[in-house]
Ligand binder design. Structure first.
Ligand code: ADP
Length: 266
């Protein structure tokens, strides 16, 4: 709580009173603190790949360039780190557009069964590589829903890519849609992966929060996928929830208002 006093001056009488303003600064401080943390995180996340790129470039300069195999490996590392930095900056720009409402929704009638089949197809190579079986299940009656297809595709891509990243070879993934309460549809991505412990669950949507930083980095993660998903779902007037049990699996459920053409929910 911040208190500021402003004296009231009366002609000839000097100070005759004061106005006290009580201001609740806890929310302001909390926002300021999270802004500081965000800037520190961004700097750190960019500094790590830059340091790697610098040291590998120096090693090439110091002679590694002469050994063809070594040089190829080092160039590969530099390329990977650069690509990760590009992904990070792209994610940050996307978040910033979502934060400032500069990513207006372009809702269009979207065939939900096709949308879910297509996300599974996009990942067929990665799924096959890890021998993960993916199944798409859509409740009867769910067809066209008004949503921003590009943005919801991004949400689904983030969720399915996480499900693959954090599921061991030979696991299973289910992508499903069903009607939910209050004329909404629930789209879920369920995996049989490593899961998330209870203590990490309530921070999992925070920007840059990762259960295992090194693991996420090795897999090319930026730590922003779930935060972006949450912002997109919020912009649609929906919600996102994550349910998980270590060594059993994780289910992420996105609930969206089932708007149909004409704007009404049915
Ligand atoms: P990342 O780029 O690290 O995957 P996300 O924001 O998408 O970032 O996810 C944040 C963290 O949540 C991940 O680093 C991981 O620890 C955890 N996580 C997300 N999805 C899953 C999942 N399906 N199974 C287990 N852990 C997950």
């Amino acid at each position: 709580m911040r208190v500021t006093f402003t004296p009231i001056h009366r002609r000839d009488k000097g100070i005759s009173g004061a106005i006290a303003v009580l201001q609740d600064v806890t929310e302001q401080e909390r926002l300021e603190q999270s802004r500081r943390e965000f800037v520190a995180n961004v700097s750190h996340e960019l500094r790590t790949p830059l340091t790697t790129i610098k040291s590998y470039t120096e090693a090439l300069d110091d002679g590694a360039m002469e050994e063809r195999e070594l040089a190829q490996r080092f160039v590969g590392v530099i390329r990977n780190e650069t690509e990760r930095m590009i992904r990070l900056v792209t994610d940050l720009l996307h978040l910033s557009r979502l934060d400032s409402n500069q990513a207006p929704l372009r809702r269009q009638p979207t065939n939900v069964p096709d949308m879910l089949e297509e996300v599974a197809d996009r990942f067929s190579f990665q799924l096959r590589k890890k021998s993960i079986r993916a199944e798409v299940k859509v409740e009867n009656g769910i067809v066209n829903v008004l949503l921003d297809r590009d943005q919801i595709d991004q949400v689904l891509d983030n969720l399915v890519s996480n499900a693959i990243k954090y599921t061991l070879d030979g696991g299973r993934i289910e992508i499903a849609a069903r009607m939910a309460e209050q004329s909404s549809i629930a789209i879920s991505v369920k995996d049989t992966g490593i899961g998330i412990s209870r203590k990490d669950l309530n921070r999992i949507f925070d920007r840059f929060y990762r259960v295992d930083k090194a693991r996420s980095r090795n897999m090319g993660g930026t730590g922003l996928g779930l935060s972006i998903a949450r912002e997109i779902v919020k912009a649609h007037g929906g919600s996102i929830a994550l349910d998980s049990e270590p060594n059993v699996g994780t289910t992420v459920t996105v609930t969206l208002p089932a708007l149909h053409e004409g704007g009404a929910a049915s």
